[in-house]
Design a binder for this molecule. Structure first.
Ligand SMILES: *[C@@H]1O[C@H](CO)[C@@H](O)[C@H](O)[C@H]1NC(C)=O
Length: 183
């Protein structure tokens, strides 16, 4: 008696992995594919972020300047990402996005950025960072919420540590370790 019942369940499970639901040209929903078809990978990236506010060619510009205080102050960036800490080190990508002073009580930034890479197999691929960055903390953690190219379906986190900061100009060099899971 038990055998036909089990067989029925097995047949159901097998068939359910191949059902896709389509709705015209707009959408198609598929069951999660088996790992043999599309393997998840973990990638670690290590690079340095150069934020330059002064000089002839600043890489970050203030785009919102509130009348009172720092809260709301917003910068647009196109910051070089390099292999080593020196500004002359090999360029591996650019941090294109915005950061804004997001707290009325503490030193906290809202980061909304795409890290676009140009090096090796990562050329043309990007990672999206959306997170809270208290820059005075030794190591900050920010979520990686997505990606494109080789980083499709990316999720993960970035750890950031300020290597160098000039209080006069606001220029900074920040070390990043990024860990992402992607397909
Ligand atoms: C990044 O990883 C390297 C190597 O493990 C380590 O020396 C460094 O302290 C890490 N930095 C951050 C900001 O996590």
């Amino acid at each position: 008696m038990a055998f036909p019942l089990n067989l029925h369940i097995i047949l159901f499970l097998l068939s359910s992995t191949s059902i896709s639901i389509t709705n015209g040209a707009f959408s198609e929903q598929n069951p999660i594919t088996l790992p043999t078809k599309r393997m998840e990978k973990t990638t670690h990236l290590h690079f340095f972020f150069h934020d330059t506010l002064d000089g002839k060619n600043p890489s970050a510009v203030r785009i919102i300047n509130p009348e009172k205080g720092n809260f709301g102050t917003t910068f647009m960036t196109d910051d070089p990402l390099t292999e080593g800490p020196e500004p002359s080190s090999k360029l591996v990508g650019r941090a294109q996005g915005m950061y804004a002073w997001a707290s009325q009580h503490d030193v906290v930034l809202l980061m909304v950025m795409n890290y676009a890479f140009i090096e090796g197999i990562y050329r043309g691929s990007s990672l999206s960072v959306l997170g809270r960055n208290p820059p005075l903390k030794d190591v900050r953690e920010m979520p990686i919420v997505g990606g494109s190219g080789v980083f499709r379906f990316a999720r993960g986190f970035a750890l950031a540590h300020t290597r160098w900061f000039d209080p006069k100009s606001g220029n900074a060099i920040v070390e990043y370790n990024v860990t992402v899971i992607h397909f």
